[in-house]
Design a protein. Structure first.
Length: 414
């Protein structure tokens, strides 16, 4: 039955929303893995196709960044860095604004998944220090790195696809011209919306972040070297992309190069590798297989081609990219939609609309962005803090609508 993957996907979404069957509480990785097992056992995807569907680059990228993130936290350097970055925040307002604009803009160059890995333990530390709900800061982080990553061609994988396959000589320029101003506006609107929904917590008294001593100086030094390598590698990536050099410097290389000092020179490498977030890696491997089985049905592809709509209209690009990203993920969506736009003679504005729409789709529901999953599973693993699908969507739905309108209006007027 060709619709089995669609039915399984719907059940997976429902279970991730409720995350409970009777008295049994399910983890997101368990739900996704269960859905993948079903499509494999029912023959909806062959074991060979399943293995090939797993994006090795993404898995290696996450693996490398998880090692860096774990070392930063284990050494105590992450707490130390949090104090240096956020010590000037004297209120919940300034703290949330720092997270939104600070981590949001950094995510445009360090990639949103990287900031999700490194940023989650940071905001959990801040939530404890400022005595504000962890949910507020986790949402701030999720929205910050989703919106902020729209700003550059290396902010997330789907933007990179648009930049590379859209034949842009200098992709950083069109992203800046079309997306800089609306991205800054959307970060401010995210702050206002968070303050509206969490207004009581914004009026609470806040403490300052206290400086904690570094627990392992050698590991902290190696972690610092890893952070420097991340920035240097990102700089190299920007130069290579900007100059259109004939060298494929993948995002995976950034993560693996950055993890090398820890893997090669730390005596605690075994402990660090054992304690990285393996459950999130399982989630992503399973998600790739399930989404590939959905892709093979051709169900969503036929929806796009069957409806008599102008697929190059800015409004339609936003609607399609935001909604379909919830079902087939934003990277497969861009892989599907981009050739259609290019063949229809799409201009730069349409390509930027696809980049922005597929990115802010991550603000709608948890599964709209990989970074959301990383944040929530990391928070659950560290201290049991979590965000339910309903808590996320309560703010995410109006925020996504506002985000889309801002980008659409800016591109239409300018």
């Amino acid at each position: 039955m060709p619709l089995i993957p669609i039915i399984v996907l719907a059940i997976v979404f429902i279970l991730i929303t409720v995350r409970k069957i009777g008295n049994v509480r399910l983890q997101m990785w368990q739900i996704m893995l269960g859905g993948t097992v079903v499509v494999l056992l029912t023959g909806q995807i062959s074991p060979m196709d399943a293995a090939e569907s797993i994006n090795v680059d993404v898995m290696l990228f996450l693996f490398g960044m998880f090692i860096v993130g774990e070392a930063l936290e284990e050494s105590g350097y992450l707490s130390h860095l949090s104090y240096r970055l956020f010590r000037r925040a004297k209120s919940t307002d300034s703290l949330v604004l720092l997270i939104l604009f600070g981590l949001g803009l950094v995510s445009a160059f360090l990639m949103n998944d990287t900031l999700a890995i490194i940023g989650t333990p940071v905001v959990l530390i801040l939530a404890k220090s400022y005595r504000v709900p962890a949910k507020l800061l986790l949402l701030s982080l999720a929205f910050a790195i989703t919106i902020g990553s729209a700003l550059s061609p290396i902010g997330n994988p789907q933007n990179l696809l648009v930049a590379v396959n859209g034949n842009m000589a200098n992709p950083f320029m069109p992203f800046a011209v079309h997306l800089l101003v609306p991205t800054l506006i959307n970060l401010l609107l995210a702050y206002l919306l968070l303050k509206l929904f969490y207004r009581k917590d914004f009026h609470a008294n806040s403490s300052t972040v206290t400086e904690e001593p570094i627990r392992d100086k050698k590991l902290a030094t190696l972690s610092k070297v890893s952070l420097i390598l991340i920035f240097v590698s990102v700089g190299a990536k920007i130069i290579i992309v900007s100059l259109n050099l004939p060298f494929d410097f993948r995002l995976t290389y950034i993560a693996l190069i950055s993890a090398l000092p820890i893997v090669l020179f730390s005596s605690r490498r075994g402990h660090i590798v054992r304690h990285i977030d393996w459950y999130t890696l399982i989630f992503f491997a399973a998600m790739f297989v399930l989404m590939e089985s959905v892709w093979l049905t051709g169900f969503f592809q036929s929806l796009i081609t069957q409806f008599d709509v102008d697929i190059t209209a800015l409004s339609m690009i936003f609607v399609v990219s935001i909604l379909l990203s919830q079902f087939i993920s934003n990277v497969p969506l861009v892989t599907l939609y981009l050739p259609l736009l290019i063949s229809a003679g799409a201009k730069t504005e349409q390509l930027m609309a696809l980049a922005a729409g597929s990115t802010i789709a991550g603000n709608l529901f948890i599964l709209g962005a990989a970074s959301n999953v990383i944040i929530i599973q990391s928070a659950e693993r560290r201290n049991g803090e979590t965000l339910s699908s309903l808590e996320f969507a309560k703010i995410g739905i109006p925020l996504t609508i506002i985000n889309a309108l801002v980008y659409w209006l800016f591109m239409t007027i300018v």
